[in-house]
Design a protein. Structure first.
Length: 316
């Protein structure tokens, strides 16, 4: 049987061209940074709202008053990760409160904000205490009662907690296990609403999404708004000394903006989490390098196959 060699070569070239187009499409997808889950870019302005000044007077980044520092003021220390300043909060047995107010917008009905926090527990922090030890909270405007949303350390867990059963239903939602001396590296997303069906809390710990769309039983607002506090606030019944270092805090309209701010002078919040899914990735360079490596191998395999096809057709 006779075959036109020019026709065979033309068909082979078409196959190679089609394969090249497919390769380019695949590489575009691999090179593009992964989208972050559950966020949309704001219609204007910087998506990063605020970040504590870790390069200068860190205490000056916060509003302060005697009530919040009734059991001691935080001390400015060197960052445990070596990127600037940090704040150390200490409460002795029987002490209750040492807190600061970040200069950020209050959460109101319909608002969605992302809050990044990085710190480290002291080696003797009483993580197994059966009473609350709050280091981040979003408190309602009313003077009485527990906050709608707080991040606490209790019973060996990092957890979301709120309410007190007197005015609103008390709840606890575990985030992850924690031990003395452990680092804390979290991003918290809050949809603020008095409607329990609308108000939600999501948490990424060490870059992995560990809480997804949790609905506090009475919503994330108890009145017209929530204001943010950081530091240490705990039960007066606790007799052990508690100390933690707050290394970095940032607030923004997207997780990407908050994560970028936290990575700016320290380790990425996705570091150490190889099992983070692509939609929960923080866009670290390691993921990009992995994608490029896989794309390169696929490209080589496809090109080799195309060359083999061309040579075979040339011999017919």
């Amino acid at each position: 049987m006779t075959v036109n060699s020019n026709g065979g070569r033309t068909r082979a070239r078409r196959v190679v061209a089609a394969l090249t187009t497919a390769i380019v499409a695949v590489l575009v997808v691999l090179v593009a940074p992964p989208a972050l889950a559950d966020e949309q870019s704001p219609p204007g302005g910087n998506p990063l709202i605020w970040r504590a000044d870790t390069g200068g007077d860190m205490l000056d980044s916060f509003n302060r008053n005697d009530y919040n520092e009734q059991d001691g003021a935080p001390q400015e220390v060197s960052s445990p990760t070596g990127h600037g300043s940090a704040l150390q909060f200490t409460l002795d047995g029987g002490d209750q409160r040492s807190e600061l107010l970040p200069r950020v917008p209050d959460g109101r009905e319909g608002d969605v904000y992302y809050y990044g926090y990085r710190g480290q527990l002291a080696d003797d922090f009483p993580v197994d205490a059966d009473r609350f030890q709050i280091f981040m909270q979003w408190h309602h405007y009313g003077d009485e009662g527990s906050p709608p949303v707080a991040i606490a350390i209790q019973s060996g867990q990092l957890m979301i907690t709120g309410g007190d059963d007197n005015r609103n239903e008390r709840y606890e939602q575990p985030i992850t296990r924690i031990q003395p001396g452990d680092p804390i590296d979290i991003i918290v997303r809050i949809v603020f609403s008095r409607d329990p069906g609308t108000g939600t809390v999501d948490v990424w710990s060490q870059g992995r999404r560990t809480v997804t769309a949790f609905h506090p039983p009475d919503g994330t607002l108890y009145d017209d708004g929530d204001y943010m506090k950081v530091g240490l606030y705990r039960s007066e019944d606790l007799t052990d000394r508690a100390q933690l270092t707050m290394d970095d805090v940032a607030v923004g309209r997207t997780r990407a903006a908050v994560d970028a701010a936290m990575v700016d002078q320290g380790a990425s919040s996705s570091e150490g989490s190889p099992d983070a899914s692509p939609e929960e990735s923080t866009g670290s360079e390691s993921g990009l390098r992995t994608g490029l490596a896989a794309g390169t191998l696929a490209l080589i395999a496809i090109v080799v196959a195309a060359v083999v096809v061309v040579r075979r057709r040339q011999k017919i």
